[in-house]
Structures are given as structure tokens and as C-alpha cells.
Design a protein around this ligand. Sequence first.
Ligand SMILES: [Zn+2]
Length: 271
Amino acid sequence: MSMDRRDILRLGLGLPFLLSGGAAEAIAGTLGERMPVPTRKPAPPRALPVIMIDPGHGGHDPGAIGPSGVFEKDITLDLAKRIAARIEAGGRCKAVLTRTRDVFVPLQERAAKAQTAKADFFVSIHADSAPNPDARGLSAYTLSEKASDGLAAAIADRENAADLLHGFDIGVSDPQVAAILFDLSRRHSLNTALARKAHIVKTAGAKLRLLDNPRRSANFAVLKVPDVPAVLIETGFLSNTNDELLLTSVKSRSRIATVLAEAFTGAVTVG
Ligand SMILES: [Zn+2]
């Protein structure tokens, strides 16, 4: 059979009309009938608790500087990334970071991130300095208007000053707002945070060196997250040569991260 030009044109014009009419729907309908219709939606996967890890300092705020010249902001970022990776690998919790690069994040923004992410736990990671060069070891802080001792107060003051020094108002300078935030935090989250602080100190303390009186409290702006239990960890003191050595060694940081990831996961899933 031979087709002339007119036949080809007719066929070419007719085909789209045919398919755009009932034919296309008929084909789809036939296919649709044969498709298995799901009778039940699969159950959504159970949401894992979210731990937000906050590497202290960053950008133009180096934090403490060790005798060897190492910056706290670099130690905290590396530790936080390792902790987050270990938590994720454990499969019992999800981990998110407040910063993944060397950038400055205001304290209030860090706390706000935990709230926006609806985190189940917020942990800020630090390695500050102390006036006494012999002070060393890990300690954990919860929020309190009254510091547990002079060192706790001095560390909190220095941490809070980071925002003011770098042109950010920490947003809690209004005493009424601060009181409301503190009250909300205390009522909804502080008891949980206290229990988790105790769990972390107990678990990590079995494997890492602790500071004297490791369960501490102070008025840290970054811990003012009304809806999220929040703890700040001082992993050690860069002002102590032994701690500085431990914190600058990749092998030792890796070990600290493994211990803390286990402690944080346990604090959220057991406590
Ligand atoms: Zn710090």
C-alpha cells in the first residue's frame, strides 16, 4: 500500500486529535484498572529523637586560645562533627549541627535553631580556659540564674560576652523577658536537662577525666531555649597543657567524640 502526501498529512493531523480525545483516556483507564490499588497506606517510619549539637564560637570569635595557639572554635567544630556522625551511625537518634563551617553564629540564633528544628535535646560543645592552669577535665552545665561557683559564673560571663563584643544583642538583656524565658525553660525543660546532665557526667565520667564538681550550672545565654532541654559541655580546658594535648590530638578527640555520642544518645533515649 502506498500513501500519498495528502494521506500522510491527514494521518499526522488526525493522530493528535485522536489521542487528545477519548483514546488517550481510554488507554490510561485500561491501564489504571489493571494497576493494583493500595488498600492501606504504609505506616510512616517512627521519627527518631533529634539531638542538636552546637559547636561553640566560630568565625571572628575564636573562643579560648591554647598555649600552642590552637583555637577553641576549631576544636569544637571538629568534635561536634565527629559526635554527630557517631550519633547518626548509632541509628537511635538524628543529629544536626548549628554550624558546619567556620562562621560566627550569634548565641540567640543558636538557641532559636534548636527551637525551629524542634530538637529533643540541645548540647553546646566548648573547651574554654580557666584562670587556674591546673583546672582540667570535662564538666556539664545547665541553665541557672545563679552560678554554681565563681568559675562557672566567669565562664558564662565570657561566653555571653561573645555576642555583645561582636555587635549582637543577646536579646535577653530585658530583665522581664529574661525572667519569662528562664521561667519557661525551668518549668518545661530544666528537669529533663538536669537528669540528662547527670547521665552524661556519669556515663562520660567512666571513660574520661572529669573536673571537680562536674555537674555545674550558670547563666549561659545559649542555654535559654524555652522548649528544649539544653546542656553545655566543657570538654576540657585549653588553659591546661594536658587537656590541650588531648584536645589537639585527632586520636584523642575521636575517642572523646565516641564517648560523648554514646552519652548523649543514652541521655535522650534512656533518661
Ligand atoms: Zn567556649
